[in-house]
Design a protein around this ligand. Sequence first.
Ligand code: UDP
Ligand code: MG
Length: 148
Amino acid sequence: MEQSFIMIKPDGVQRGLVGEIISRFEKKGFSLRGLKLMSVDRAFAENHYSDLAGKPFFNGLIEYIISGPVVAMIWEGKNVVATGRKIIGATKPVDSDVGTIRGDFAIDVGRNIIHGSDSVESARKEIALWFPEGPVNWQSSLHSWIYE
Ligand code: UDP
Ligand code: MG
């Protein structure tokens, strides 16, 4: 089953949105396979965002991600990568639809609350970086009520 790496950024933690965000993924029917509150250092954040090195916003982005604890998660389910991006909303909150996490709770792109993997391949890399111990292995007893 497909997995995505989802991270609540420091502003989402500070603003008390952890429960709300977890609830949206849970209520959709996705399964939580990893969850931890952690602070990351500069080298770790730069590794996570290595594809964006050289962008004008890169240094500000790294300062933002290391400015406080983040909630790192693995969510599992059919099409969870693409659907997770829909739940999160467009990168710039000005373009994010109402009803998405960024559309409902964010204003500035540099304080957009949450990260989600943009492809199955980046999910695989991000899960390996953030969860070297691997996902927790369990299956929800609701499985047959969510999948036909
Ligand atoms: N970002 C920014 N300014 C920009 C574009 C991106 O501060 O003009 C930040 C923003 O926090 C975004 C992150 O960099 O979530 C990663 O950018 P990406 O294009 O990967 O967007 P995402 O995948 O998070 O939607
Ligand atoms: Mg991205």
